[in-house]
Write a protein that binds this ligand. Structure first.
Ligand SMILES: NC(=O)C1=CN([C@@H]2O[C@H](COP(=O)(O)OP(=O)(O)OC[C@H]3O[C@@H](n4cnc5c(N)ncnc54)[C@H](O)[C@@H]3O)[C@@H](O)[C@H]2O)C=CC1
Ligand SMILES: N[C@@H](CC=O)C(=O)O
Ligand code: NA
Length: 429
């Protein structure tokens, strides 16, 4: 059988990983795909950079759109990144000429997945994107194929390797945020613009994709998104003391008769639940369905090898002639908005930096009483001479009530700076 000829755009962490993996496992991939899988043409910014792999004999394109139009490729692989510009133009050009596309680009799929699916179906081809969600973990295959029979009530988990790496290292070693972020960048985990990771947007892109498959495509702007910038070593210490781990979670939930709730935010997770022990660059995808029950799979969510593994698995599907519905349904429904979170109830952790003097605690409790927020636990540590960190864990209250109470606490003269509010997510099994 003729080889599957690949046009590969983007020779960074993932692109180079794909070339290495295709070469290292060529014999197995030929056996599994039923034909050999070969890169024949590439596109990247620099022709001269040493990437540690030979590009001899490959056709070179400066313009990824021209690569997508090369008549001698059977599949286009987009590993440039970004929801617009060259990445989007290249994917559209390939689908428009009717060849399949494999991408790791979550921003592109989250923001334009519906339109790309329509374009693919118009030209009788398809889009593969397993690497876009949770790197090497088969998250798309889990939700779209393996759980196709169930009506999921929740989907999500730890969806960003960079943030999980930062939170793990800060807690375990006491290193500071900027230092660990630089290390995550050096290891190839972070996005080109790392604020995409630390401010929660990358996890939000992945959550939007998972929710789109499990429930319905969601309007990205209706997602509530918070990152990990405000989490300090004091919070990580309180979490350990109180029996929690802090994790950046992305979760979408749709219970019978209720609107779709979806958010990305750092949460306190009880140490006893599976996601609490998912550390470092590992991600976890967790689902709950009435028939399948609770499920959590974990693995490396970023980096050269795991991400290349997911891209190449998609190429094996292409070589086999697989034609899977992009969003898991034949006709993609219109996008819906996520529900506002104001009325959602939860317990919350609130950390304050306060003046360490008599009357401070009485002031805090009177504000909480006025907002009808009842406190379950309190802990305090000296922050600096004359200042203390106070952590409160509330009973279940609405998001609105806790936010209003925290606005009242911030206005007290004894409270310095902005308090941190973390949801206590104890529903995961
Ligand atoms: N690094 C990781 O662990 C993971 C990355 N991804 C996704 O994979 C994609 C690639 O990520 P990385 O390899 O980490 O990025 P990278 O920044 O290491 O590599 C991007 C490559 O694209 C090339 N490029 C940029 N603009 C171009 C243009 N106009 N024409 C041709 N080439 C161009 C760059 O020269 C570079 O070779 C992104 O969509 C990212 O979100 C997905 C999962 C994990
Ligand atoms: N920057 C991302 C890479 C994988 O998707 C992450 O850190 O998870
Ligand atoms: Na994946």
């Amino acid at each position: 059988m003729k080889p599957l000829r690949i046009g590969l755009a983007g020779l960074g962490t993932v692109g180079v990983g794909v070339i290495k993996l295709l070469r290292a496992h060529a014999a197995e991939l030929t056996a599994r795909g039923g034909r050999s899988i070969e890169v024949v043409a590439v596109s990247a910014r620099s022709r001269t950079r040493d990437r540690g792999v030979s590009l001899d004999g490959l056709r070179w394109y400066d313009d990824p759109v021209a690569l997508a139009q090369d008549a001698e490729i059977d599949v286009a692989v987009e590993l440039i990144g970004g929801s617009e510009g060259s990445a989007r133009a290249m994917v559209e050009a390939a689908l428009a000429r009717g060849i399949p596309v494999v991408t790791a680009n979550k921003a592109l799929v989250a923001l334009h997945g519906g339109a790309l699916t329509a374009l693919a179906s118009k030209h009788n081809t398809t889009l593969f994107y397993e690497a876009a969600v949770a790197g090497g973990i088969p998250a798309i295959k889990l939700v779209r194929e393996a759980l196709a029979a169930d009506r999921l009530e929740s989907v999500g988990g730890i969806l960003n390797g960079t943030c999980n790496y930062i939170l793990t290292e800060m807690r375990a070693t006491g290193r500071d945020f900027a230092d660990v972020l630089a290390e995550a960048q050096a290891k190839g985990y972070a996005e080109a613009e790392p604020s995409t990771d630390v401010d929660g947007w990358d996890a939000a892109h992945k959550l939007a994709i998972l929710a789109g498959i499990a429930f319905r495509p969601i309007r990205f702007d209706s997602l509530s998104v918070h990152g990990i910038r405000d989490v300090t070593s004091a919070d990580l210490r309180f979490a350990t003391e109180l029996g929690y781990r802090i994790k950046l979670l992305g979760l979408a939930r749709q219970q019978e008769g209720k609107p779709l709730e979806a958010w990305v935010r750092p949460c306190m997770v009880p140490v006893s639940v599976p996601v609490a022990s998912v550390e470092g660059v590992f991600n976890a995808v967790t689902t709950f369905g009435p028939f399948s029950g609770p499920m959590t799979i974990s693995g490396r969510g970023a980096g050269e090898g795991p991400t290349a593994s997911a891209v190449v698995a998609d190429l094996v599907d292409v070589a086999r002639g697989a034609s899977l519905p992009v969003w898991g349904v034949a006709d993609v429904p219109d996008v819906i908005d996520c529900a506002p979170l104001d009325d959602v109830e939860s317990a919350f952790y609130v950390r304050l930096d306060v003046a360490d003097r008599s009357g401070t605690m009485a002031g805090l409790t009177s504000v909480l009483r006025d907002h009808d927020v009842s406190v379950h636990l309190v802990s305090q540590h000296e922050a600096a001479p004359g200042r203390a960190h106070v952590a409160l864990v509330t009973h279940r209250v609405t998001e609105r009530a806790v936010q209003e109470a925290v606005a009242g606490l911030s206005a007290l003269p004894t409270v310095n700076g902005a308090p941190l509010v973390l949801k206590i997510e104890d529903s995961l099994q």
